[in-house]
Design a protein around this ligand. Structure first.
Ligand SMILES: [Zn+2]
Ligand SMILES: [Zn+2]
Length: 250
């Protein structure tokens, strides 16, 4: 069985509805044998979420805690017309940028077409690395269009373990759609990430709710960008180069 020992989607107390500190998250990761985590607190439009200063100052957090590599990131909110709730000058300071559609964040998106178009627009943001929970009941997306845009913009699509967590009082995932992402990834050539979306330290690296994916005939570990810390580090190095290039050309 494939053991994924990284996690690119975790939340701390800064998110307002998560319950562990950065220190506790790092310790939790260490205890579970997870070698690398991205701290991706919600963007400022999330009720109770962090102030913009949170992201401006996150560089003071050590790159390693308890031997666990800490990637400083965000889960920004996708707003109307695919705008994110952090500007380029804020995103620039972060190592890893993910974004997703969330309730009560001030967007006025009302149907599948609007969710899809905002998501695609967000993917055109050069700082964006990953779309979180592209499969969720509340915000259905045209996965074919999103897959195509993910490949064109080199954006990762997420397989989100929390969407199928038995601990949640409602699950937002749709298994057939998550399985479809495996096929689409092969067809269009974008990458997937397996993440917990932990809101408490004991959830880090908890992927057993995704066993239906790992057991699928379509599953291929080579599609998973975070299958090892080395793969993530190499992705981040390329990202840095790409963004430096972009800056030069502006
Ligand atoms: Zn989310
Ligand atoms: Zn999240």
């Amino acid at each position: 069985m494939l053991k994924i020992n990284t996690d690119l989607h975790t939340h701390t107390v800064a998110s307002g509805h998560a319950y562990s500190t950065v220190d506790e998250m790092a310790k939790g990761a260490f205890t579970k044998g997870i070698k690398l985590i991205a701290i991706t607190d919600h963007g400022p439009q999330m009720p109770g979420g962090p102030h913009i200063y949170h992201f401006g100052n996150i560089s003071i957090v050590p790159d390693k805690l308890y031997g666990v590599r800490i990637i400083k990131g965000v889960e920004a909110n996708i707003l109307d017309k695919g705008r994110l709730d952090l500007e380029a000058e804020d995103l620039e300071r972060l190592d890893f940028v993910s974004a997703g559609l969330h309730r009560l964040t001030g967007h006025n998106l009302k149907n599948k077409k609007a969710y899809t178009e905002a998501t695609i627009k967000a993917m055109e943001n050069p700082y964006l690395d990953m779309i979180t929970h592209p499969v969720q009941k509340e915000y259905p997306l045209d996965l074919e269009r999103v897959a195509k845009a993910a490949a064109e913009n080199n954006v990762i699509l997420e397989l989100n373990a929390s969407s199928y967590s038995p601990k949640k009082d409602h699950t937002r995932g749709i298994k057939s759609q998550s399985l479809r992402l495996l096929k689409l990834a092969k067809e269009y050539g974008f990458k997937l990430a397996v993440n917990s979306d932990a809101h408490f330290h004991d959830e880090i690296g908890e992927y057993s709710s995704l066993n239906f994916i790992f057991e699928s005939e379509e599953f291929d570990k080579n599609l998973i960008i975070n299958r090892s810390p080395e793969k993530v580090i190499s992705y981040l190095k390329n990202r840095e180069k790409r963004l430096a290039q972009l800056k030069k050309s502006v």
